[in-house]
Ligand binder design. Structure first.
Ligand SMILES: [Zn+2]
Length: 300
């Protein structure tokens, strides 16, 4: 059923009745959507509209062609991870409606990291949904001010956006629960100081998979920033990469940018959607790019 998102969507009704604990408050729409890989072909802009796509069981991609926003549904309300750019908030809400869910049933807004391409839409989504914004303490000031953390390597690269009030602080390893659905926060500092990954299990017809929304692990910075000058910043990035690499139960990897993990290709069936090695592969690629960056800085 993972071969094509259209095929997957056609099976949504079956999937949800087979896993009552994880089903939505409404039955998902029976409407078929153009496969997201095709709809976004040649378009990867952060605000380029994308159709919604079914990922697995109660998990749906509702973001744009360039940015993942993830809906995890339960009969008692939903989680929404990431809001893309400010202009995308209404697109994301419409995707939720197009799936047959009510944005007002979103109870928790979560974030991967406090850069505007993933957090800029959260203020608008909070207005639309009325949901509670939950974040790690390290991300709070940046999210609320619409800027970045003072230690962020990308400081100075972004114009401020509308901030979103953080209603609840979550720490590494703590969980959030709606009904029977439990999400665990994984502190993932490195790409940004407040980076957070999320992991949970979603079940379809009794088949439960471990899903990881792993934060960006890339060492990206303003032009005048050298990671090698900041060993205190490199250390947590390395620790986060090691942590993600150690997730042996990582059946489905999802990343903030679809391209970071070939997400649309995997939703399209070009690559396997379910691959227990996906977290370790993602971490290995990120570590190689970090070492490459450090080597380049040393050569200067
Ligand atoms: Zn970022």
């Amino acid at each position: 059923m993972f071969a094509k998102s259209v095929a997957a969507l056609a099976l949504i009704g079956t999937a949800l009745t087979g896993c009552a604990a994880n089903s939505g408050t409404q039955s998902a729409a029976t409407a078929k959507f153009e496969p997201i890989a095709k709809a976004c072909e040649g378009r990867d802009g952060w605000g380029d509209p994308a159709p919604p796509a079914h990922v697995y069981a109660n998990v749906y991609m509702v973001g744009t062609c360039g940015i993942v926003s993830l809906l995890i549904t339960t009969p008692q309300g939903h989680f929404l991870i990431d809001g893309a750019i400010p202009e995308a908030a209404t697109e994301i809400a419409q995707n939720i409606r197009d799936l047959g869910f009510d944005p007002k049933d979103v109870r928790y807004l979560l974030n991967s990291h406090e850069h505007f391409d993933h957090s800029g839409g959260l203020a608008g989504l909070k207005r639309i949904t009325g949901a509670k914004m939950v974040a790690r303490a390290e991300a709070k000031d940046a999210l609320e001010s619409g800027t970045v953390h003072p230690l962020d390597p990308q400081r100075g690269l972004f114009d401020p956006v509308e901030g979103v009030k953080v209603d609840q602080i979550i720490r590494d390893g703590e969980t959030l629960k709606i009904g029977n659905q439990v999400l665990t926060a994984i502190a993932s500092p490195g790409h940004s100081p407040g980076g957070t990954s999320w992991r949970w299990q979603s079940c379809n017809n009794g088949k439960c998979l471990n899903i990881v929304f792993a934060d960006s692990l890339s060492a990206v910075s303003a032009d005048d920033y050298h990671f090698s000058d900041h060993p205190e910043y490199i250390a947590p990035l390395r620790a986060t990469i090691s942590k993600i690499a150690s997730f042996e139960t990582c059946d489905i990897l999802i990343t903030p940018h679809p391209s970071q993990s070939g997400f649309f290709e995997r939703l399209n069936g070009d690559e396997p959607l379910i691959d227990a090695t996906s977290c370790s592969q993602y971490a290995a690629g990120s570590l190689a790019r970090l070492e490459n960056r450090l080597a380049k800085e040393a050569a200067k």
